[in-house]
Design a protein around this ligand. Structure first.
Ligand SMILES: [Zn+2]
Length: 236
């Protein structure tokens, strides 16, 4: 009996370190909501709180001005806030990337006014429509100014006209595929996205994903280095 126990103990001593090494790489999902705040933002915030998941809001400066109290709520609840320009237009930036400096400054000022936090300054940016349509100079300008920018590698397709809850869920699953680090594109103010959100969260939870917010930290840089989405951080 004693020998048997000893044998099992020895086996465990050999096997445990091997099992420890075989640890799976982390699966991570970043939920991102663009184009807000909107009239219905409080409904989205209530839902996110119920589901207990972090999220990143790429807000539009003029929408912050239109709904400062909702921008404040997003800020106060600790969600990540990123700049999605002042008016969601792309032409000015394409023609003159230098404009990005004043766009980012005005965006921060707008959020400062809404939140009462005079120190507020985001380090996150998302190009309207995604980075691929912009010249290299624009992308470089963003990182030169100290901001990181992010596209996405999975989407809800919630801006398409014929979407519904079921189609959104299908799009999320299909575009996520086997990817281990996912930035999901969704939009604030979309009813069907809110309807689908509990099942979207359940889908990622069941598949072992951890929910995180975008940030320019060493930990996020390491996780996002495994992400297939177009993105860039400022040089350190
Ligand atoms: Zn947008």
């Amino acid at each position: 009996m004693m020998r048997r126990i000893l044998t099992i103990l020895c086996l465990l001593l050999i096997l445990l370190p091997i099992m420890g090494e075989a640890e799976e790489p982390r699966k991570v999902v970043y939920l991102t909501f663009d184009d807000g705040p909107k009239q219905s933002t409080p409904e989205l915030l209530e839902l996110l709180e119920e589901l207990d998941v972090p999220a990143t809001f790429f807000m539009v400066g003029f929408a912050v001005r239109a709904f400062p109290e909702y921008a404040f709520e997003i800020y106060e609840k600790g969600y990540a806030i990123g700049c999605h320009t002042m008016d969601h237009s792309s032409s000015g930036i394409k023609e003159n990337p230098e404009q990005l400096e004043s766009i980012l400054r005005r965006f921060n000022e707008e959020v400062q006014k809404a939140t009462g936090d005079a120190q507020f300054a985001t380090t996150l940016f998302r190009f309207p429509g995604g980075s691929t349509q912009y010249p290299y100079a624009a992308k470089k300008k963003v990182t030169d100014l100290g901001y990181s920018w992010f596209d996405w590698n999975a989407m809800t397709r919630d801006t398409y006209s014929d979407m519904n809850k079921k189609e959104i869920l299908k799009a999320v699953k299909r575009t996520t595929g086997e990817q281990e680090v996912v930035i999901l594109l969704a939009h604030d103010g979309k009813k069907f996205t809110r309807d689908a959100l509990p099942e979207i969260v359940e889908f990622y939870r069941e598949n072992g994903y951890e929910f995180r917010q975008l940030a320019d930290t060493q930990e996020e840089r390491e996780i996002l280095s495994r992400c297939a989405a177009h993105l860039a951080f400022p040089e350190q």
